[in-house]
Design a binder for this molecule. Structure first.
Ligand code: PHE
Length: 465
């Protein structure tokens, strides 16, 4: 094992962390949550949360990683608190269990990308009945597994090349391409007849649809965690490759800005087309159409694309290209967090670690990939495997985030995090704010998410989101 790998500079780090952050959460989850929770109201709440809480958590994780020069598994112990190694284990379990099913969903995206590519060039829609298409695909004996393997192979191909030659280079192509296509698509959508109404629906606060501001805040907070790739070990691992001369707070601000920009942009891509579609005859109304949850991306949007006539397949192709790029870079970051943990813990080579993690990912991913088809009788606590993993991770993630705050605020001391922020020689002007946030505000707010998630699972209703 040689010296620890590092990014080539601040830009490479910001690009990598943003590439991780920008993913399915921005493109699919943010728009439907915004439509559900009163448009502008949700956007305002989300912005205020990500600029405060999101920023603080991001700084904390990156600083821990850079300080320890270790991935999340070993970082807490290396910082002189071996009792907190359990937190490293928990923080590693998150990506370990999310990666396999994220790759399954990545496979779905890949399948749709391929279907729209074929359809666009043939000048026809990929299917006349998107709901049946999705059902047939996820229920097919081999297709979801094969798609997952293809997606995983693409991720592995990048990871195996290493931090600078693999991840950095892939991001240099994928992130700017994603941004350019997303901006172009939003501009195109704005020119469609009736788009104005959709943009109004998206941006104008609708207080009537968010009677309970607590619910909106919880929704926004959960979204923020997922979207900023927090509590998954990723930002600790990526931070451990950061150069000492680069600024942690500046990087964190830029990552939050990039991630939020793409989230808001996705609303401009999706909501107006859905509004036009819904007002042109769908009887359910805009809210019901867009609030289709997970079905939005794979069933509802293809229906909307169908209504666009000949432009539809092209629209679908461009859209799924963006989604594919976003999913790839997020998958890469998640796999890297596990590969780094295995390397740091077992002091083994990158190649070996990648091999082990790939086998794990494919084997565990198979449960989710086959879970709606050939193994559809397989249920964990009554849920299909993918839903089960997703639900458990939704609970584990905020627990890990709260513990990271407790560690930084009470065990390690915020001073050490702030000192790490000052290594680049700059003055840190948010000391008091940081201490109050990391010690009190953040853990309390996060506990509220845990409670709400648990209630949702137990179907107690009320505060569930
Ligand atoms: N942050 C990513 C998104 O917004 C999601 C993600 C989850 C990334 C897990 C990496 C790991 O979609």
């Amino acid at each position: 094992m040689g010296a620890r790998a590092s990014w080539s500079g601040q830009l490479a780090f910001v690009l990598a962390a943003s590439a991780s952050a920008i993913g399915l959460g921005n493109l699919w989850r943010f728009p439907y949550l915004a439509a559900r929770y009163g448009g502008g109201v949700f956007i305002a709440v989300y912005l205020s949360l990500s600029l405060t809480l999101g920023f603080v958590l991001l700084v904390t994780e990156i600083a821990i990683g850079r300080y320890a020069r270790q991935s999340q598994l070993t970082a807490f112990g290396v910082l002189g608190h071996p009792k907190w190694n359990f937190l490293g284990v928990l923080a590693t379990l998150v990506p370990l269990f999310i990666l396999p099913y994220y790759n399954v969903i990545g496979g779905w995206v890949f399948r749709y990308f391929a279907a729209y590519a074929g359809a666009a060039f043939a000048g026809i829609a990929p299917t006349a009945d998107p709901k049946a298409f999705f059902g047939a695909f996820v229920g097919a004996p081999w297709a979801p597994f094969a798609a997952m393997c293809a997606f995983t192979a693409a991720v592995v191909a990048v990871i195996v090349l290493g931090v600078k030659n693999g991840i950095e280079r892939a991001n240099l192509v994928l992130v700017p391409a994603l941004l350019a296509i997303a901006v172009a698509l939003s501009v195109y959508v704005a020119t469609l007849p009736g788009a104005g109404e959709g943009i109004r629906y998206y941006l104008v606060p609708d207080f009537s649809s968010c009677d309970n501001i607590g619910k909106v805040m919880l929704g926004a907070m959960g979204q923020m965690f997922y979207s900023l790739s927090l509590a998954m070990g990723i930002m600790i691992t990526y931070g451990s490759y950061m150069l000492r001369r680069d600024s942690v707070p500046k990087a964190a601000v830029r990552i939050v800005a990039a991630d939020t920009f793409v989230a808001i942009l996705s609303g401009f891509m999706i909501i107006p087309v859905v509004v036009v579609f819904a007002s042109a005859g769908a009887s359910e109304g805009v809210r019901a159409v867009i609030d289709a949850g997970p079905g939005l991306m794979f069933e509802t949007l293809p229906k909307v694309f169908l209504s666009l006539g000949t432009a539809g397949p092209w629209f679908g192709l461009v859209f799924f290209t963006i989604v594919l790029f976003a999913a790839l870079t997020s998958g890469i970051s998640m796999m890297e967090a596990i590969v780094a943990a295995v390397c740091d813990f077992f002091k083994t080579s990158r190649a070996r670690s990648v091999a082990v993690v790939s086998v794990w990912s494919v084997a565990v991913g198979a449960l989710s990939a086959f879970g709606y088809g050939r193994w559809s009788s397989l249920r964990f606590f009554g849920l299909p495997p993918l839903d089960f993993f997703d639900t458990s991770m939704n609970i584990l993630t905020p627990i890990v985030a709260a513990l990271i705050c407790v560690f930084a605020g009470w065990i390690l001391s915020p001073k050490r995090i702030l000192a790490e922020c000052q290594r680049s020689g700059e003055r840190v002007g948010f000391r008091l704010f940081y201490v109050v946030m990391v010690r009190f505000v953040a853990p309390l707010l996060i506990i509220a998410i845990v409670v709400s998630e648990v209630c949702r699972c137990l179907k107690l209703g009320g505060w569930s989101i």
